[in-house]
Write a protein that binds this ligand. Structure first.
Ligand SMILES: Cc1cc2nc3c(=O)[nH]c(=O)nc-3n(C[C@H](O)[C@H](O)[C@H](O)COP(=O)(O)O)c2cc1C
Length: 365
C-alpha cells in the first residue's frame, strides 16, 4: 500500500498496521456485543439514494453553518478522548487537521492536551464536550471553555453509567496518558470515571445530571448548549422544551448502551420532534460521502466522525486528519452532483428512500 489513502476505509486499514494492538482495539471497540456499532453501518446501507439527472450541477455549494458558525463542508470532528494514543501531538494535530479543512472540532473533556492549548493549535472553530463529573468540576470546565474561546458546550447525555468494552477488559487496557484538562486539579480519577477512558465496570463516581439540572448548566454560560447522544423523539421533545440549541443524534459509535437502532434510523423522528427549534446533527458510522448526503437528506444540518479521526492521526498526524476529511469532502461533492443536487443546504425532498416501518416503536426490518 504505497499510494495515498483513497477512502476512509483505506485510513482504517493503514491505522491498523501502525497502532499497537490494544490501542487499536480500544478505538474500534463497541459495548457488549457491538451490535449497535454494526447497526450504525447497516442502517446507512439500508437507505437508498434517488438520484435526479439532466440538471446543471456544475456549481456546487458545500459550505454551511452550525449555530451560526461557517464550516466549509458539513462534516465535523466528534469529541473523542485522548488522541495521543494515535499520535504524539494528539489533539493539537487533530485541531490543526480540522483547521486545514476549515471545519469544526469538538474537544472531549478527556483530551490528553489541555483545552487552552488545543484552541491555540488549530484555526477552525471548536465546541467543548462536557462529561459531568460533579458540580465544581463542571463549573470549572465550562468557565475555562468559554474563556478559551470555544463556541458551544456539547453535553454528552448517553453515559449515565460506564459501559464495558469487552475487548478492553481482555486487553487490560489502561489509558496511558494523563488527561490534559485535569493536570493541575488532581481530579483525574473522578473525571475519568464513566467515560470511554474507564474500560472496567466501575460505576460513575458522581450521579449523572438530569433534566432538572439543565437550567443550572445553561445558567453557567452564555454559550449555546448541544445535547449529544439523544436517541428518541421523546427526549428530543424535552430537549427543545428546555431550550437547548442543538441535538447531536449519536449512539456514541455503539460504545455505550448496546442493542439500540443505528443513529441514522433515529434521525427522522428526532428531526421531527425538534420542530426546527434546535439544529440537529448526527454521528456514528459516517464513513462515506453518501452517508453524509443521506443524513442531510433526512434533516441533519451536519455530521461528525469519531473513529476516522484516530485513523487519520495514526496514518499521518494533522495531515492525516486533514486528508481523511478531504476524502469525505470529495465523495460528498461527487455524490451531490451525481444525484443532481447543487447545495448541501437545499437538497430536494425525497432524495432518499428509507425502509418501511422506520419510526418510534415500529417493527423494524
Ligand atoms: C476511542 C473513542 C473515544 C471516545 N470518547 C468520547 C468522549 O470522550 N466523549 C464523547 O462524547 N464521545 C466520545 N466518543 C464517541 C464519539 O464522539 C462519537 O460519538 C463516535 O465515535 C461516532 O461514531 P464513529 O466512531 O462510528 O464515527 C468516543 C469514541 C471513540 C471511538
Amino acid at each position: 500500500m504505497s499510494d495515498a489513502p483513497f477512502s476512509v476505509y483505506d485510513y482504517e486499514a493503514r491505522a491498523k498496521l501502525t497502532l499497537p494492538h490494544d490501542f487499536w482495539e480500544f478505538i474500534e471497540a463497541g459495548a457488549m456485543d457491538e451490535s449497535t456499532t454494526r447497526r450504525n453501518r447497516s442502517a446507512f446501507e439500508a437507505i437508498k439514494l434517488r438520484p435526479r439527472f439532466l440538471r446543471d450541477v456544475e456549481n456546487r455549494k458545500l459550505s454551511t453553518t452550525v449555530l451560526g458558525t461557517e464550516i466549509s463542508f458539513p462534516v465535523m470532528v466528534s469529541p473523542a478522548g485522548g488522541h495521543k494514543i494515535a499520535h504524539p501531538d494528539g489533539e493539537l494535530a487533530t485541531a490543526k487537521g480540522a483547521g486545514m479543512s476549515n471545519t469544526l472540532m469538538m474537544l472531549s473533556t478527556s483530551s490528553h492536551y489541555p483545552m487552552e492549548e488545543v484552541v491555540e493549535a488549530g484555526t477552525g472553530p471548536k465546541w467543548f464536550q462536557l462529561y459531568h463529573r460533579g458540580y465544581e468540576i463542571t463549573e470549572m470546565l465550562v468557565h475555562r471553555a468559554e474563556e478559551a474561546g470555544f463556541k458551544a458546550i456539547v453535553l454528552t447525555v448517553d453515559t449515565p453509567v460506564p459501559s464495558p468494552k469487552e475487548r478492553d477488559v481482555h486487553n487490560h487496557y489502561k489509558n496511558p496518558f494523563p488527561l490534559g484538562n485535569f493536570l493541575a486539579t488532581g481530579e483525574e480519577l473522578t473525571a475519568m470515571s464513566g467515560t470511554d477512558e474507564a474500560p472496567d465496570w466501575r460505576p460513575a463516581l458522581v450521579p449523572p445530571l438530569t433534566w432538572k439540572e439543565l437550567e443550572w448548566l445553561q445558567g453557567l454560560t452564555s454559550l449555546p448548549l448541544v445535547l449529544k447522544g439523544i436517541r428518541t423523539a421523546e427526549d428530543a421533545h424535552v430537549a427543545v422544551e428546555s431550550g437547548v440549541n442543538g441535538i447531536l443524534v449519536s449512539t456514541h459509535g455503539g460504545r455505550q448502551i448496546d442493542q439500540t437502532m443505528g443513529a441514522i434510523e433515529m434521525l427522522p423522528e428526532i428531526v421531527e420532534a425538534s420542530k426546527g427549534q434546535a439544529e440537529v446533527y448526527l454521528d456514528s458510522g459516517v464513513r462515506r460521502g453518501s452517508d453524509v448526503l443521506k443524513a442531510l437528506a433526512l434533516g441533519a444540518r451536519a455530521v461528525s466522525v469519531g473513529r476516522p479521526l484516530y485513523w487519520g492521526l495514526a496514518v499521518n498526524g494533522a495531515e492525516g486528519v486533514h486528508g481523511m476529511l478531504e476524502v469525505l469532502r470529495r465523495e460528498l461533492d461527487h455524490d451531490l452532483a451525481a444525484c443532481g443536487q447543487t447545495s448541501v443546504e437545499e437538497l430536494e425532498p425525497n432524495l432518499v428512500s428509507v425502509p418501511a416501518g422506520w419510526g418510534p416503536g415500529q417493527m423494524y426490518p
